[in-house]
Design a protein around this ligand. Structure first.
Ligand code: GLU
Length: 324
């Protein structure tokens, strides 16, 4: 159970260590906003090897809760690419756009418990308060609707109350990470003005629904983890262990993504790309494995995987190690 301590800047919570009695279950949860690129391949490789080397299951989830960002056909293309690279997943693929009733149920529970409140503020009204920047580069919500909607104002969104409390956890790659929720994040939207559920609600509901015990994903989500742990606790859900891998950047230091026009990985170069992903994750692939068969490469990688060797970096440019 969580340990409460007084610390500068408010109450202090340490996330409970995950329940090691539950069998390992990991996942890969791509957003189908574009093809599988080298950055997402690295996250898939890290989560897969960590699961398999722990005799665990590895589940897939298509994170298309943000419908405006979803590209038609991208989910199928990602699944085909994963299969072509030799990934083998367990069970049915969970698709977020089919689970809106679950997110609704989670939101209703939070409403009944007073953990969320309706908010009438538009983006420009929030900006007019000149609030501080959040850790995500957005604006810390100034709390205008926290004590109730002003007369004549209509709810646009639902926000989660995030307290003046520091949440800390021990990341398996990045080490101890802590964050004051009110100062670094502020009350976040869980149901948006356009009627879409936020990723932060969906990921928490789904990790629990899929029985995930270990999350291995890109470090760009490290700063989202304290709020996700807080939300898990509000919903009475277990906290998995976390390992945040360095993200792949281009030469300009920008994370590979659809926005930076990252190219789709080519399954005809599967061994070279998987070897490059393993190098990036600090696992040095012997020359004869690099040039051997795909199944030998996977066999070697599962046996050799060591999360301790993953560099505790936020981002890195793989440079010439990437095949052309
Ligand atoms: N859907 C997110 C992405 O593609 C990953 C979310 C997660 O692993 O929690 O970046």
């Amino acid at each position: 159970m969580s340990e409460n301590k007084k610390a500068a800047g408010g109450e202090h919570d340490t996330a409970p260590v995950s329940d090691h009695k539950r069998p390992y279950r990991g996942r890969f949860a791509p957003s189908p906003s574009g093809p599988l690129h080298f950055g997402s391949l690295v996250a898939a490789v890290g989560s897969y090897l960590d699961a398999r080397s722990n005799d665990g299951e590895w589940l897939l989830r298509i994170e298309d809760v943000d419908q405006p960002r979803t590209v038609p056909g991208a989910a199928d293309a990602i699944l085909r690419t994963l299969a072509a690279f030799g990934f083998e997943w367990d069970g049915e693929v969970l698709v977020q756009s089919r689970r809106l009733d679950f997110y609704h149920a989670a939101l209703v529970r939070l409403q009944l418990d007073g953990e969320v409140y309706p908010c009438a503020c538009s983006r420009s009204e929030i900006a007019a308060h000149a609030p501080p920047r959040s850790v995500d580069g957005g604006l810390v919500y100034p709390g205008t609707c926290r004590a109730g909607l002003a007369g004549g104002r209509a709810a646009r969104a639902w926000r989660l109350r995030l307290p003046d409390r520091t949440v800390a956890f021990d990341d398996r790659v990045q080490g101890r990470h802590q964050q004051n929720l009110a100062q670094a994040v502020g009350d976040i939207v869980l149901l948006r003005a356009d009627g879409q559920y936020a990723y932060q609600l969906a990921v928490v509901a789904d990790d629990a629904a899929q029985g995930i015990t270990a999350v291995v994903r890109g470090v760009d989500l490290l700063d989202s983890t304290p709020r996700q742990i807080w939300l898990q606790q509000r919903l009475g859900l277990p906290t998995p262990s976390y390992a945040h891998l360095p993200v792949v950047t281009n030469a300009a230091g920008e994370k590979l993504s659809k926005q930076t026009r990252a190219a789709a990985v080519d399954a005809s170069a599967s061994n070279a790309l998987l070897s490059a992903a393993l190098d990036f994750l600090g696992q040095t692939v012997p020359a004869k494995v690099r040039t051997g068969s795909l199944s030998d490469l996977w066999r070697w990688a599962i046996a050799a995987w060591s999360v301790e060797r993953v560099p505790a970096l936020r981002g890195a440019f793989p440079g010439q190690r990437l095949p052309p």
